[in-house]
Design a protein around this ligand. Structure first.
Ligand code: NAD
Length: 491
């Protein structure tokens, strides 16, 4: 099977690395491609950085209105190839085709938002800060910026960064996850058509060696990372130690609180969608469901019914609501965590292990699973499962729920279901998380807003998307000017 090529300086080039890693369809175990994976990918990266740096030196002086023109073309091409790209996402990542289409829509919205860079990049001017003296601030590009992407949103996450970076005058290099590189291969075929200068946007495959080369290369100025918390922490500290600007989004363990005044049916369906969407492999997946004052057990029953009816299977089948998890290792890990929950005293209310899908006996399927009575002081409530497993916890009131939430080391998302404005206001004010949902199950910020993880879910200051993207991908320069009349030639 052919080894995937890198895209460097406007050309598809063979990696110098002989070793590869297999790209595997998680529903069938079919090997879809081989991706370069080993130490020599570091030299591929150096080649890309040199070309990207040369491209940046020209591009930074192209007027911003011209810099966004290729993005309009990219938007049109992403729309034209929406279905083809969505199918690739499903084949390599496992999620349902409906989820893949929605993911790509979020990517397109980031391209659209970045088209507003001519306005967003405008800056500040103060006349007469002292008599005859003016002061202003301009935003200039940084240079070569890189992105290290995770497996779970191959078609969306690179777009939290790429369109903003290039619209601001930078060049860009992406390293996709070795598990799902095919979506970006197709995206780069489209990027070839939008009229960007050679070397401005590059794709380099690999794993840790490529990442370390990015973090060590003196010409790399900024690093955007999305992935697990341990790697995010490593990237933030190593990147910062090497003088780079870093934004590193990490893992999560998202709590959802259900108050007794919430609409039962709507709430249960939304929570099931959040927990089981993308087979639980979303950094905004609800995980710890805290039910307040459920004396008759009605909420638990309603959530159980909503979970039980989810249809698990092959993602290209339009009727399917949940696909497989990404790998055999991931499946075993999720099953191990279900056992851990049981050993900490939880009752396995719904067991999705051993689930078989007709015609897909080799798939990494786990059907919806619910652990009830999960210990609020055990290890499971602190561990990101990244699979279709709900933990149910019972608490007496909103204060207890907020205190519990605020002991968690993560802070990606916290949600509340209620019909009380006062409870909602208290929750959004006091819950320690960067993305809050009120009667929302997946509080994913739209492209105009920053993707605001907190605590161990984010390392850095400026997040991805919107204005934060513009600020991250530019450095400010302040100019103070005096032009005395007597120094000026009189006309
Ligand atoms: P991961 O951390 O295993 O890998 C992410 C990227 O880092 C990949 O490109 C991988 O090749 C690279 N990498 C892996 N190990 C490395 C190492 N030791 N040194 C350097 N680079 C390394 O993450 P994943 O499994 O691909 O993605 C799932 C994780 O991402 C989950 O924890 C999820 O919560 C998180 N995530 C977070 C967000 C967010 O916005 N906070 C969004 C999506 C996913």
């Amino acid at each position: 099977m052919e080894k995937l090529k890198n895209f460097i300086n406007g050309n598809w080039v063979t990696s110098s690395e002989p070793k590869t890693s297999s790209v595997i369809n998680p529903a069938t175990q079919e090997v879809l491609a081989q991706v370069p994976f080993g130490p020599s990918t570091a030299s591929d990266l150096d080649q890309a950085v040199q070309c990207a740096h040369a491209a940046y030196l020209e591009w930074r002086n192209v007027p911003v209105m011209q810099r966004v023109q290729p993005l309009y073309k990219l938007k049109a091409l992403l729309e034209e190839h929406h279905e083809e790209l969505s199918r690739i996402i499903t084949l390599e990542c496992g999620k349902t085709i409906i989820e893949s289409r929605a993911e790509l829509q979020r990517a397109i919205e980031n391209v659209e938002t970045a088209c507003a860079t001519p306005t967003l990049i405008q800056s500040e001017f103060s006349e007469n800060i002292a008599r005859g003296v003016d002061e202003f601030m301009i935003r200039q590009a940084l240079g070569v910026c890189v992105c290290i992407a995770p497996f779970n949103f191959p078609g969306m996450i690179p777009f939290w960064f790429l369109p903003y970076a290039i619209a601001c005058g930078n060049s860009f290099i992406i390293k996709p996850s070795e598990k799902v590189p095919l979506t970006l291969m197709k995206v780069f075929e489209l990027i070839q058509e939008i009229g960007l200068p050679d070397g401005l946007v590059n794709l380099v495959h690999g794993g840790k060696e490529t990442v370390d080369a990015m973090l060590e290369h003196p010409k790399v100025k900024a690093v955007s990372f999305v992935g697990s918390t341990n790697v995010a922490r490593y990237i933030y500290s190593k990147g910062a130690a090497n003088g780079k600007r870093v934004q590193a989004q990490g893992g999560a363990k998202n709590p959802v609180v259900v108050l007794p005044d919430a609409d039962l049916e709507v709430t249960s369906n939304i929570i099931a969608d959040s927990v089981y969407g993308c087979a639980g492999q979303r950094c905004l997946a609800a995980s710890n469901i805290i039910v307040v004052g459920d004396h008759g057990g009605k909420v638990k029953e309603s959530i159980y019914e909503a979970a039980k009816k989810k249809i698990t299977g092959f993602g290209l089948d339009e009727s399917i609501e949940m696909g497989p998890v990404i790998s055999k290792e991931s499946k075993s890990r999720v099953e191990m965590l279900i056992e851990m929950g049981k050993s900490e005293g939880a009752n396995l209310l719904l067991d999705g292990r051993g689930f078989q899908v007709d015609g897909y006996s080799k798939g990494n399927f786990i059907a919806p699973t619910i652990l009830d009575g999960v210990s609020s002081t055990g290890n499971l409530v602190k561990t990101e499962i990244f699979g279709p497993v709900m933990s149910l916890l019972a608490m007496k009131d909103l204060d207890e729920a907020i205190s519990f939430i605020n002991t968690n080391s993560y802070g990606n998302m916290a949600c509340l279901f209620t019909s009380s404005g006062a409870s909602a206001r208290k929750f959004r004010n006091q819950a320690d998380a960067g993305n809050i949902g009120i009667n929302i199950g997946v509080a994913a910020p739209m492209a105009q807003f920053p993707f605001s993880g907190w605590n161990d879910s984010f390392f850095g200051d400026l997040h991805g998307q919107g204005r934060h993207g513009i600020e991250f991908f530019t450095q400010t320069k302040v100019v103070i000017e005096r032009w005395p009349r007597e120094w000026t030639r009189k006309f």
